[in-house]
Ligand binder design. Structure first.
Ligand SMILES: *Cc1c(COP(=O)(O)O)cnc(C)c1O
Length: 406
């Protein structure tokens, strides 16, 4: 049931392949606009979006007041550099500190840069303790932290790393949710333990409560910094502003990006008082764009909307219904073999002779956008503003897609 694409769509796809470096195998669809929780392609076909631009569009498309805030900032000033103060920087930083209960923020342009900054802050913290500073970082297998060389070095996926070695020195890997394996990697050179609170790209694995508490205890015992990567699972996706808040376990450093700007590229690493007061100082770290007025106007508005509209409360209200419906689908279809996740970050395992790629393509034909995580997980990370009716529509479209594969 492959639908014929219009001539415009073919033209955009062809020119993209002609001129853009081929690092992605893109799905054959060209999106032109979005509204709420829907996307429209250049042929005018409408799709229910359960991918949200990879967990970025937390507020969906054109959330009331968001575009207006961006446009207002464009009319004032969009960039000034970090050599000066600007208005939205103060607003965004204050709101992020308030939302996290942490102490200081550094704004970046992406998630991978937030990870880079977190690594540097951790190493500087250890350096200041001297005289034999620790520098090793313990990261997790099947983790994902980004594609720059530093972030790639702590990404526990040999497939991504292979062609780019040697990577950054001083990284050891342990198994997620296996505290003993983490303990086994600690030595006098260790300075930090880095993990996603809920592993995203690796296949949607939430941390066990005992595991997260155990990591916190290990860090306290050995004076190591606990770095939580909240780039995907943070910003309300798991039912609190940050997933660690649902566990009651506080990191020393947190990274944030994806939904922080709801489509405007902005990331951040956030430090607690202990780390902020004994790590990076002027000259240690910088960025030309990072924290510019436009990006910060986006982050400040997003954080304002989250607070005023109680977006996390909404997530806690609709997420159980999504879980229930996904469990019913898993029950009904042989090729769906399990579900796991937290809040509106859900993964359904595909197997029994069907691949996740087939399911994604069939879903798209049926007007539903979903993506994968790991090799066999269907990832559902919709805009956080979805209502029950959208979940019902997702179920109906995903069922049609699965039926078409029988
Ligand atoms: C997406 C992601 C990153 C990388 O963010 P970019 O903005 O793509 O650089 C890092 N960590 C996690 C957990 C992510 O999901």
């Amino acid at each position: 049931m492959i639908q014929k694409r219009g001539i415009f769509m073919d033209n955009y796809m062809e020119r993209t392949e002609n001129y853009v470096l081929h690092t992605y195998n893109r799905a054959p669809v060209v999106f032109e606009s979005g509204e709420g929780v829907y996307l429209k392609d250049t042929d005018g076909k409408k799709y229910l979006d359960f991918a949200a631009g990879i967990a970025v569009m937390g507020l969906g498309y054109h959330y009331p007041g968001f575009d207006e805030a961006l446009k207002a900032q464009i009319d004032k000033v969009i960039h000034t550099s970090n050599l000066f103060y600007n208005v939205p920087l103060a607003d965004a930083a204050e709101r992020l500190v308030e939302a996290s209960g942490m102490s200081k923020v550094f704004f970046t342009n992406s998630g991978t840069e937030a990870i880079e900054g977190a690594i540097k802050a951790a190493r500087k913290y250890a350096f200041l303790k001297g005289p034999k500073p620790g520098y090793e970082i313990i990261a997790m297998n099947h983790s994902f932290h980004g594609r720059s060389v530093g972030a790639l070095s702590v990404t526990g996926n040999p497939h991504y790393q292979e062609a780019f070695k040697p990577l950054m020195d001083g990284v050891r890997f342990a198994d997620f949710n296996d505290l003993e394996s983490v303990k086994a990697q600690i030595n006098e050179k260790t300075c930090a333990i880095l993990l996603e609170t809920v592993q995203g790209e690796g296949g949607i694995y939430p941390a066990d409560k005992e595991f997260l508490e155990g990591i916190r205890a290990l860090c306290d015992e050995h004076d190591l910094l606990m770095i939580l990567d909240e780039i995907q699972c943070g910003m309300g996706r798991c039912g609190e502003m940050f997933a660690w808040q649902t566990y009651g376990v506080q990191p020393d450093i947190m990274t944030c990006a994806k939904a922080l700007g709801c489509g405007v590229p902005v990331g951040a690493f956030v430090l607690n008082e202990k780390t902020a007061s004994a790590s990076l100082v002027p000259g240690d770290h910088g960025t030309t764009y990072g924290g510019n007025p436009f990006a910060c106007a986006a982050a400040a508005k997003v954080l304002e909307i989250f607070k005023e509209k109680d977006i996390t409360g909404h997530v806690r209200q609709v997420a159980p219904y999504l879980e229930q419906k996904l469990d019913e689908l898993t029950e009904k279809y042989d090729c769906l073999t399990g579900r796991r996740g937290m809040g509106l970050m859900q993964g359904v395992v595909v197997g029994n002779g069907k691949t996740v790629g087939e399911v994604i393509n069939a879903a798209r034909e049926c007007g539903l956008i979903v993506i994968s995580a790991g090799s066999d997980v269907l990832r559902l990370v919709p805009p956080l503003i979805i209502e029950k009716e959208h979940i019902d529509e997702m179920v109906q479209k995903l069922s049609a897609a699965l039926d078409s594969l029988q």
